[in-house]
Design a protein around this ligand. Structure first.
Ligand SMILES: [Zn+2]
Length: 305
């Protein structure tokens, strides 16, 4: 009997979170005494987001500032001077390619899982057949032994129990059964060889996939901090890319903060931290660091007036 190859499959696709830097922005020249009016100006169609959706997200971003302070800082106004633009650049192109690649790798992984399942099932069937074939072989061996004993008795002259014609018939039967079993064993070994070839192929595919995943992870986590996805300057907020509406809302809220005149915080969970990474992007609330920044900015500006 041939032995099965051992195969081990390990799947890992670590999808590391994006660490993306907000661009440092220039100081605001906009008055802070009244709500800041903004409008949505340009949306690159490659973002696949409608103006209505973007306006909605803008209102939610403004809501982040209002919720914890009770103050209205931003108002949507189609006549506003401050414009918000969604500008498609390399960042979004890279993100789109990344998404396509992730889906491809996940699909390959799923295909390999299915193949592995099928192979495992075949192996179980083959194991059962192996057990049955061994039983049949055992039984045939027993019959051969009995036959040989009977032939010995016959040769010793015990003609009462056995007739020569019967013994010859039994021998022919046993020979035929033996040949049939041999054929079955040979077919069975072919099945095992085929299965081993499949396992080898799966292992090679898995190895290639693991390499692709490794390279993918390396290539996309190498220098993500070089990307800038938002920028405020003068009367413009430019957003260069986003991974989800949650991400877009928070990026915009961050740039809104710069539009108010705020700088950065050092608390990684705060909105005005220079990077979007540790913030609770689904259900974000301004942190103490954000509120402190806001109140110290306002008190220092009020002193100047
Ligand atoms: Zn910033």
């Amino acid at each position: 009997m041939k032995k099965f190859l051992w195969w081990g499959m390990s799947f890992y696709l670590s999808m590391s979170l994006y660490t993306v830097a907000f661009a440092q922005s220039r100081l605001s020249t906009i008055s802070f005494n009244q709500p800041l009016k903004y409008k949505i100006d340009y949306i690159d169609p490659r973002f696949h987001i409608t103006k209505e959706q973007f306006i909605q997200i803008g209102q939610e971003a403004a809501g982040i500032w209002q919720k914890e302070t009770g103050k209205t800082y931003f108002i949507y106004d189609p006549q506003a001077e401050l414009t918000i633009n969604l500008v498609f650049d390399d960042y979004q192109a890279v993100q789109n390619e990344r998404k396509i690649n992730i889906n491809k790798l996940l699909q390959q992984q799923e295909e390999l899982r299915e193949k592995n399942k099928a192979v495992l099932l075949s192996k179980q069937q083959i194991d059962q057949e192996t057990a049955l074939l061994h039983e049949a072989k055992e039984e045939l061996n027993n019959r051969f032994e009995q036959y040989q004993k009977d032939v010995t008795l016959f040769n010793q002259g015990d003609n009462s129990k056995f007739k020569q014609a019967d013994l010859i018939k039994r021998q022919a039967e046993l020979t035929e059964l033996s040949l049939k079993l041999k054929t079955k064993f040979s077919q069975h070994n072919n099945k095992i060889e085929n299965l081993n070839a499949q396992i080898k192929q799966i292992n090679q595919q898995q190895s290639l996939l693991s390499q692709s995943i490794k390279q993918f992870n390396l290539s996309t986590t190498a220098s993500p901090e070089t990307f800038h996805k938002g920028l405020f300057s003068q009367n413009q907020i430019q957003i260069y890319g986003f991974n989800s509406f949650d991400d877009l809302r928070l990026t915009l809220a961050h740039e809104f903060g710069h539009a108010l005149g705020l700088k950065h915080t050092t608390d990684p969970k705060s909105l005005m931290y220079p990077r979007l990474k540790e913030q609770d992007i689904h259900n974000f609330k301004l942190t103490h660091a954000d509120l402190d920044l806001l109140s110290s900015f306002y008190s220092s500006n009020n002193e100047n007036h």
